[in-house]
Design a protein around this ligand. Structure first.
Ligand SMILES: Cc1cc2nc3c(=O)[nH]c(=O)nc-3n(C[C@H](O)[C@H](O)[C@H](O)COP(=O)(O)O)c2cc1C
Length: 272
């Protein structure tokens, strides 16, 4: 009589072999696709930078449109000056990864209005769209459920708003998720003042329906997300964010024309 294969041992063996084969396949795919995932992430970021500058990339190659229009600069947030590279992790503007900064390249925050987890990087990359006279600043901060990651575009001369985009967040679709809707984003193209002449942050993101002239109207039914956006914008434009860079460069440019360490000077110099 033939021996039955239907034994408990065989069931375990088959399951084990299947598990091993599948896990090898999944791991190999994850490792094999990692570089492509990273490339797509970078490409998505570039698309967001182009879109916040209102540069159309629908009919062309994103990478070449980005290269033609955008320059990236590494900024030391504490001094407001450019930096060639970060001192410890040796990162440059071209290859900057926030998650790869050294611990020593962060500042511990005593107050954390934007909800950055108690620390802020000492270096960030800003982007310049010279033809459009725009600066693009990376911004992020806590909403209701999640950290919102985005870019804010400013006019390079007077720092009025030219656009905003949030490319990653976990707010509720239809409520806080409207932060990425055209209706909300279009308001940021209206050249709202962000800083007064002394460099004080004056932009306001108000509760839905309560914005007055020059303010950004918040999201209906999503007051907490709205407050999050208000706080993160104020934080990143303020003295602990890009304030030293923005205000410092304005003053330096006024004092020393075409100061080559100033983006404002750089843009104006190139446009002369
Ligand atoms: C399922 C669910 C999802 C919500 N998602 C958000 C959100 O993404 N952002 C937000 O600010 N409020 C959200 N809220 C509402 C908040 O709990 C809170 O009521 C609201 O922010 C108050 O805003 P309002 O004064 O505009 O109603 C959500 C509520 C529920 C029940």
């Amino acid at each position: 009589m033939a021996k039955t294969r239907d034994t408990v041992l065989n069931t375990f063996l088959t399951t084990a072999v299947l598990c091993i084969v599948c896990s090898v396949f999944v791991s190999a795919s994850a490792v094999g696709l990692k570089s492509r995932q990273e490339l797509n992430k970078q490409l998505d970021k570039k698309k967001n930078i182009l879109s916040v500058c209102q540069i159309d990339f629908s009919n062309g190659d994103v990478q070449s449109i980005y290269d033609e229009n955008i320059q990236a600069y590494l900024v030391d947030l504490q001094t407001g000056f450019y930096a060639e590279q970060t001192p410890d992790s040796k990162q440059t503007a071209a290859k900057f990864d926030l998650s790869k900064l050294a611990d020593s390249e962060f500042k511990t925050l005593t107050e954390d209005p934007a909800g950055l987890g108690g620390r802020r990087e000492n270096f960030e990359v800003i982007y310049v769209f010279q033809k459009g006279n725009q600066l693009v600043l990376p911004i992020r901060g806590k909403g209701l459920w999640s950290t919102l990651w985005g870019f804010l575009s400013l006019d390079a001369n007077d720092f009025t708003t030219r656009g905003i985009t949030f490319y990653a967040h976990g707010e509720t679709p239809g409520l806080g998720g409207e932060v990425d809707s055209d209706a909300f984003k279009n308001q940021w193209m209206e050249e709202n003042a962000t800083l007064d002449k002394d460099g004080k942050v004056i932009i306001e993101v108000s509760k839905a329906g309560q914005a007055v002239e020059g303010e950004i109207d918040g999201l209906a039914g999503a007051t907490i997300t709205t407050q999050g956006v208000d706080k993160l914008i104020k934080y990143w434009l303020g003295p602990d964010g890009f304030g030293p860079f923005l205000v410092g460069n304005t003053k330096k440019f006024q004092a020393v024309a075409k100061n080559e360490r100033s983006v404002v000077g750089l843009i104006s110099g190139l446009q002369d």
